[in-house]
Write a protein that binds this ligand. Sequence first.
Ligand code: AMP
Length: 216
Amino acid sequence: MRIILLGPPGAGKGTQAQRLIDTYKVMQLSTGDMLRAAAAAGTSVGLQAKAVMDAGDLVSDDIVVEIIADRIEQSDCKNGFILDGFPRTLGQAEALEKMLARKALDLNAVVEMQVDDNQLIGRITGRYNCISCGAGYHDEHLRPNLDGVCDICGGIEFDRRSDDNAEAVLFRLKSYHEQTAPLLPFYQKRGKLFSVDGMVDIDEVTRQIKEVLVAG
Ligand code: AMP
């Protein structure tokens, strides 16, 4: 199974990818996570990317295409993958198409998660994670049972992504509409595009995605 989850920042791509990997026994490939890991490790690519990410801009196609090209060659991707946050530009989509064609592979489906911009800003600026286990929370919609203590691991330290501030979010939304939204007609033309309502509750979004994957 090879799937792209497409949608604006805060649409819930990462959350849904996490839920789908067990069902389909595939890897979640998040370019955002890979770039953050590279930045935390202090690699030259990571440090270069960090300044761009903090401003809410897109990292260059060359960098992310190379990261994905290397990653899908690895043996843990042989059952397939869920791409979360890639491709984000037409150049990346074309590069992915060539990469897969060289391996005589194709995408099963591109799932667009539709969410209104005005919901996204609140979703993103309120989110935070447990430092120990990565569990995600939200200031309003998903608080831990006991304030300041992670429900999953009991951790008491949390952090927020440096690009989850209001200013960077506006820039990320602008990038989405200008550079990523053109991928919708690109995949529509190839008969791969399916859309789900990303504003309903998390379980219902998962149900809708699984339904379109049966059709795809
Ligand atoms: P995400 O975790 O998907 O929200 O990505 C966080 C940031 O990483 C984005 O705002 C971009 O700066 C960068 N990034 C992640 N994926 C890509 C991509 N496919 N192309 C360009 N930049 C990316």
